[in-house]
Design a protein around this ligand. Structure first.
Ligand code: F6R
Length: 244
């Protein structure tokens, strides 16, 4: 794993943005894997600025989001569908055909998981997957204990994740307890992965990801086994790494 240390969140977003632009401009039909949450907000803002200044075109890209809550309407501000359309897909004028978010409202979850995997395969796989990390080591919504051979599947969210993510909902009761997520094997199938980590609250998680044992008890540790992973981390997140 290559680790790029940066001073702060702004520098992290700028670096992530450079990876995005590089892949977009060097790949014929670039396919991006996207995350939601707080971490990639800066990346999306930079890309939208770029588009508004007419410096880049995005009409040849395809995107696949990692995950979605089960049971939230698309217009619910807590849904990842809403998050992506508000912050990224609408401002960039992306066509519906270019973007993919798992359907958390499907009447048939097995079918939806299968469909999502197939769609990724039909697109030729993901060229560049962006990831954030949960304090418990989750990537996507693959919580500790998830099999490394998992494909897109339904998960029960842990108490810790529900606690942390309830900040995106007006009341704790609104917070869903299930989600649909790309599996560990789906993520590991990406040609290249960029993991973004910022803040001291993620320092222990980053240490375990890079220096810990590779174990299903800490999902992000699987990234040690991927040949093309870059971690972009700020100074606060690197505080617990051995080589300072
Ligand atoms: C979101 C996702 C999650 C987040 C993780 C970190 O699509 O896949 O794994 O990346 O929960 O969230 P933030 O960035 O809010 O700390």
């Amino acid at each position: 794993m290559k680790v790029i240390r940066v001073d702060d969140y702004e520098a992290l977003s700028k670096k992530a943005y450079e990876f995005f632009i590089h892949t977009m401009n060097t790949t014929e039909q670039p396919v991006f894997g996207l995350a939601t949450g707080s971490t990639p907000k800066g990346l999306y803002e930079l890309l939208v600025d770029e588009y508004k200044q007419k410096k880049q075109v995005f009409e040849h890209i395809q995107t696949f989001n990692l995950d979605e809550y089960v049971g939230l309407a698309k217009d619910h501000p807590g849904s990842y569908y809403y998050y992506m359309y508000e912050r990224f897909f609408n401002p960039l004028n992306l066509d519906q055909k270019q973007v993919n978010v798992p359907n958390g409202l499907t009447p048939n979850f097995d079918e939806e998981c299968e469909r999502y995997e197939q769609k990724i395969a039909e697109a030729g796989g993901i060229d560049l997957q962006f990831l954030g990390i949960g304090v418990n080591g989750h990537i996507g919504f693959n919580e500790p204990g998830t099999s490394f051979s998992s494909r897109t599947h339904i998960v029960e969210l842990t108490k810790s994740t529900m606690e942390v993510n309830s900040r995106f909902f007006e009341t704790k009761e609104e917070m869903p307890n299930k989600a649909i997520t790309m599996g560990i094997k789906s993520i590991m199938g990406s040609k290249e992965i960029v993991l973004l980590v910022n803040g001291e609250h993620k320092a222990e998680a980053l240490k375990q990801t890079i220096e810990g044992n590779v174990t299903e008890d800490f999902p992000a540790s699987v990234l040690q086994k991927h040949p093309h992973v870059t971690v972009i981390a700020d100074t606060d997140a690197c505080k617990k790494l051995q080589a300072q």
